[in-house]
Design a protein around this ligand. Structure first.
Ligand code: MTE
Length: 331
């Protein structure tokens, strides 16, 4: 059943609609494949994926309270990456630098209780418990592409709401120009912290108008469930038009400042990772091209790389934020 929320005019469905909608999306993709003249073998392979649909939503973790699903707007009709891939191929250096380390090691992350402090140049600073944050706004499912700077991508159904919901409540002062996202750094529970690979805590940042953009999301869940620890439980940032490293995991402080935040990767290797880090196929990483990407889960013998899209395909929505800027200089 679809219900319309007056506030933003988005259509939401009740939680029980979420799975049928995914099935519906898969059907739409199938129709697209057929329209594109896909071969019998491709269609057979696609049909067998349906049988594996349960791996997309495993039902192992708890459901998110109060979740609704967004059926219009900034989603993608691409098929979501398998849950197993999305939750076992991760970057979360606090738990190790190998892609399989976070799933293996992040069980020690203690997410209860959890508090996020809102600080800096705001009229209403404060501390929010996770429960406060979950109550703050309706949660929506949004299927976003995540493009990692290393050259791979996934399609993930996140659950959460726009960061702007929280920012509006904090009432930033006119002097606040940037938002800094500080993440958890606990030597006792995070084995990677004792390595010198980055300076901890992992900090990310956005210009305040970027953070206010409706696509920038505070995510509490994925695939209809609470976030697994390795994906940034209990709350993380998702900025779909920027390289994945801008999306800080396990956030503990959101700080408003008048200076560009010193972000973890920019401090570690300023020539390679700028503050903006917008997905841009025309600006190479100094050591490799950014023109194409490998979609995780499409590793078959004949799998072709995909062309990387400007702003990760969200140019129509976010391009205006950078009007007139030299994106080679502000990489
Ligand atoms: N956040 C923290 N705290 N620590 C990290 O190492 N890695 C980033 C980002 N957020 C990272 C982090 C990088 S490089 C990427 S690509 C994404 O998380 C990966 O998110 P995923 O594992 O959920 O796909």
């Amino acid at each position: 059943m679809l219900i319309r929320t007056g506030k933003q005019g988005f259509e939401h469905s009740i939680p029980s609609d979420i799975t049928p909608r995914r099935v519906y999306q898969q059907r739409r993709d199938l129709i697209r494949l057929m329209a594109a003249g896909a071969s019998g073998a491709v269609l057979a392979a696609w049909a067998s994926r349906d049988a594996r649909a349960s791996t997309v939503a495993p039902g192992k973790l708890g459901a998110l309270p109060g979740m609704t699903s967004r059926v219009a707007g900034a989603t993608t009709i691409e098929k979501p990456t398998d849950y197993k891939d999305a939750s076992t191929y991760n970057n979360y250096y606090e738990f190790g630098t190998d892609k399989s380390d976070p799933a293996r090691n992040a069980g020690t992350l203690n997410t209860k209780p959890w508090t996020v402090e809102v600080s800096g140049l705001v009229r209403k600073p404060g501390k929010y418990t996770l429960e406060d944050l979950l109550r703050l706004s309706a949660q929506e499912e949004r299927i976003y592409r995540l493009r990692c700077v290393e050259g791979w991508s996934m399609v993930i159904p996140w659950v959460g709401y726009s960061v702007s919901e929280l920012i509006k409540r904090a009432e930033p002062a006119g002097s606040a120009k940037y938002v800094e996202f500080v993440t958890q750094a606990d030597r006792k529970t995070m084995p990677g912290i004792s390595s010198g690979v980055l300076s901890w805590p992992y900090v990310e940042g956005l210009r305040i108008d970027e953070a206010m953009h409706p696509l920038a999301m505070l995510a509490f869940g994925m695939y209809g469930e609470v976030l697994p620890n390795q994906n940034g439980a209990p709350v993380r940032l998702v900025v779909p038009w920027k390289y994945g490293f801008k999306s800080g995991k396990s956030i503990v402080r959101i700080n408003f400042t008048d200076r560009e935040p010193k972000t973890a990767w920019n401090v570690a290797a300023p020539q390679e990772y700028g503050f903006y880090s917008n997905v841009n196929p025309a600006v190479d990483h100094p050591r490799w091209s950014q023109a194409s990407e490998r979609r995780i889960g499409e590793d078959g013998l004949f799998a072709k790389k995909r062309k990387t899209l400007m702003f990760n395909g969200y140019e129509a929505q976010v391009g205006q934020l950078y009007a007139g800027m030299d994106l080679k200089k502000y990489y």
